[in-house]
Write a protein that binds this ligand. Structure first.
Ligand code: B12
Ligand code: SF4
Length: 626
């Protein structure tokens, strides 16, 4: 199900509300000496294409943002632990400032659920008198909050509360907890009192557990959909979060100090930055429009320039990735941002000479921006990820066509911006077609010729929070197991064929491998160096090396699954996963059930997201939207 939208006009926080809350918390925090650890769950079995380098060499913006928020309100005794860098970290052994932290937070995507559960279980082994308050957040908690709690009476583990929203929700919770916490009282005990007195019910964006027995939830209380922060300039500065990172190690315990600023770039040469949120399209397989309650949110151009500059000055970072869902969504806003960046200089050196950055856009909006691509390149932009899906529009029509996509790719290449296609393979798409562009390889070939330097091919897979999610399960498309192996959550990344009506789904699995092998191979690598077709031949050849390594990892991890699909039997789900614990709506919760958004004729025409008749599936694959 899509995230329910709040009542019209009540989707956003009031201007200044976030700033006011931060100020008030800074005044409160002086009276509380709190230590906290924020862990980023990461399942190393997910390491393969298309993001094999970025997955570990870019500090995730989510945990960094939560760390920034804690430091900003005065709790700088906070450590961010990335399982990407510290795979053996054990929460039961964590000590910060010589003591067990008061607060343990876990951030997770759905594919990292196994690690998220393991972290929470570990933290629950700490003796109850010292046990920190456990808060879960991130995409897992946003779309499936019930899955961070336990209802099995024979086991005792589970988060105390799941945050189904962003920084504001956490800070709002902290404000309530600090207002009731007595001096020296464990934060968890303050939480329990606030919960039992109904004080959490007025904070939209929480799901908390109730029950007689510690670690066994008998009921979950949902306080409704969060109010979103509209003006992203009110967010705490990302520079704060980077100061809190645990240095990479094989140890189970925490280091005495966080990663020094001077060593940051070595481990995280890429920085992700929130620039905008939201997308005007409305693809049925994508959870992003509903998550954003159909709002488009942005930082000001001046603030963005400041974030690039300070992150460079403090940590030497030069490469950035915008976490946008569709950066070109609003033409005016885009131009304001890129023109400001192009005008910015640091100590007399122009912005574009220092920085290289990339983000995500749609094919449709790229064509709309055709006259401004020089200005965009002048802002330091060097690569764009585009949601091509199926060029012919056989899967979804969102303003793309074979010729339009090729034109967008050529325009970008011509302006020195590398186009990176994100494709979705589906039941209706053959591997190769003679004389027409329907086949996967035909399209990969065309995109390469039009300038693509990298490639993402994922099988369309149901995405939590998307409109078509439930129907994919009830119609029997989604696999529960194949060849005796259960489909686990780490396999829901679009790299594994886990939902299909094709009688020979193993061929789909092999098709993905063949597409990667066709795109990334030694011959193409040599050609990229000897006969470069682009000004950015170093990027092109570098992508080939990375891609060949990633292809080997993808084949190594998914070949066995292809065999199981071939051998069978395949069993299917009859319904989507859901809570085994009763969920109650808190009295104060005011979110509306999902409803289609009425659009003006102009917007409706632009949003030409018409699913083709075959499109039953939603996907998780287009990780990054667009
Ligand atoms: C940038 C990005 C990436 C990057 C960077 C990831 C990274 N290491 O930073 C790359 C390209 C590597 C990537 C890869 C993938 N991604 Co991705 N990605 C995104 C994107 C566009 C932005 C994420 C981001 O940084 N947002 C900005 C930060 C600030 O927001 P945030 O992470 O949501 O965190 C906020 C809240 O969630 C909350 N929060 C987060 N953690 C916590 C913790 C606590 C305790 C609390 C209280 C709150 C909290 O507060 C934060 C601040 O507002 C999102 C879509 C989106 N718009 O969010 C998808 C998204 C996260 N990706 C997704 C997916 C599926 C993938 C891939 C599996 C795709 C694939 N098939 O390869 C891979 C996974 C790779 C791997 N092995 O982990 C899905 C996750 C779906 C889910 N239910 O889990 C998302 C949500 C896209 C979608 N379908 O909607 N991705
Ligand atoms: S898939 Fe891309 S274009 Fe479609 S709604 Fe999601 S972010 Fe927008």
């Amino acid at each position: 199900m899509e995230i329910p939208r709040r009542a019209r006009g009540d989707e956003l926080l009031k201007p200044g509300q976030m700033t006011g809350l931060r100020d008030s918390l800074r005044r409160l925090s002086g009276k509380h000496d709190l230590a906290s650890v924020i862990a980023c769950a990461f399942d190393h079995r997910t390491r393969m294409l298309p993001f094999i380098y970025a997955d570990t060499r870019m500090v995730p913006a989510g945990v960094r943002a939560i760390g920034s928020a804690m430091a900003d309100i005065g709790f700088s005794k906070t450590r961010i632990v990335l399982q990407q860098w510290s795979p053996n970290f054990k929460p039961s052994l964590m000590r910060l400032d010589g003591r067990v932290p008061d607060l343990f937070m876990v951030s997770s995507m759905q594919i990292h659920t196994a690690r998220c559960h393991a972290l929470i279980r570990e933290a629950c082994q700490i003796d109850p008198a010292n046990r920190p308050l456990i808060i879960a957040g991130g995409p897992k908690a946003i779309y499936e909050p019930w899955d961070v709690f336990n209802s099995d009476p024979d086991q005792c583990w589970g988060a105390d509360v799941a945050v189904t929203g962003e920084e504001y929700v956490l800070l709002n919770l902290m404000e309530v907890l600090l207002s009731v916490r007595a001096e020296g009282e464990p934060l968890r005990s303050a939480f329990q009192r606030a919960r039992d007195d109904g004080m959490l019910d007025d904070i939209p964006g929480l799901v908390y557990a109730r029950g007689e027995k510690e670690g066994v939830a008998e009921e979950l209380v949902d306080t409704g959909t969060q109010r979103l922060l509209g003006d992203l300039d009110e967010l705490p500065h990302p520079v704060l979060g980077y100061r809190l990172l645990e240095p990479p190690s094989r140890e189970a315990t925490l280091a005495n100090a966080s990663l020094p600023a001077g060593r940051m770039r070595r481990y995280s040469p890429l920085a992700s930055l929130v620039l905008t949120f939201g997308c005007k399209f409305n693809c049925p397989y994508c959870p992003i429009p509903a998550y954003n309650q159909r709002q488009h949110r942005a930082k000001s151009a001046a603030r963005i320039a400041d974030e690039f500059t300070r992150l460079h000055q403090e940590y030497g970072i030069k490469y950035f990735f915008g976490t946008d869902d569709n950066f070109f969504n609003d033409k005016q806003r885009t131009l304001e941002i890129v023109e400001t960046l192009a005008r910015t200089s640091i100590n007399g050196t122009r912005f574009r000479k220092i920085f290289r950055w990339a983000t995500e856009v749609t094919v449709h909006d790229t064509l709309q921006m055709r006259d401004h691509l020089s200005a965009i390149r002048a802002s330091g932009m060097r690569a764009l990820w585009l949601g091509v899906e199926d060029m012919t529009g056989a899967l979804i029509k969102k303003g793309q066509s074979v010729s339009g996509t090729e034109e967008a790719f050529r325009l970008l290449s011509h302006h020195g911006i590398v186009p990176m296609p994100m494709m979705m393979h589906h039941d209706g798409q053959p591997l190769y077609t003679r004389g027409e562009p329907r086949g996967l390889l035909n399209q990969v070939r065309r995109l390469r010729r039009a300038g693509a330097a990298g490639l993402q091919v994922l099988m369309i897979t149901p995405a939590t929070g998307s409109r078509g999610y439930e129907e994919n399960f009830t119609s029997g498309l989604v696999y529960a197991a194949a060849g005796g192996r259960r489909v686990e959550q780490h396999m829901l990344d679009g790299n594994y064929v886990v939902a299909s009506s094709d009688p020979r789904p193993w061929r789909k699995q092999l098709n993905i491998m063949l597409a990667y092998l066709y795109f990334y191979n030694p011959l193409r690598f040599l050609r990229a160096i000897i006969q470069p077709k682009t000004k950015l031949y170093l990027v092109d050849s570098g992508m080939q090396v990375l891609g060949m390594w990633g292809t080997l990892q993808t084949i190594r991890r998914t070949l066995g699954w292809a065999w199981r699909l071939r051998r069978g039997p395949i069993t299917r789900h009859a319904r989507p996963p859901g809570p085994s614990i009763p969920v109650r709506r808190a009295a104060a919760s005011t979110a509306c059930p999902p409803s289609p958004e009425p659009a003006s004729p102009a917007v409706a025409a632009e949003r030409s997201c018409v699913p083709a008749p075959l499109t039953k599936l939603s996907r998780s694959a287009d990780s990054v939207g667009s």
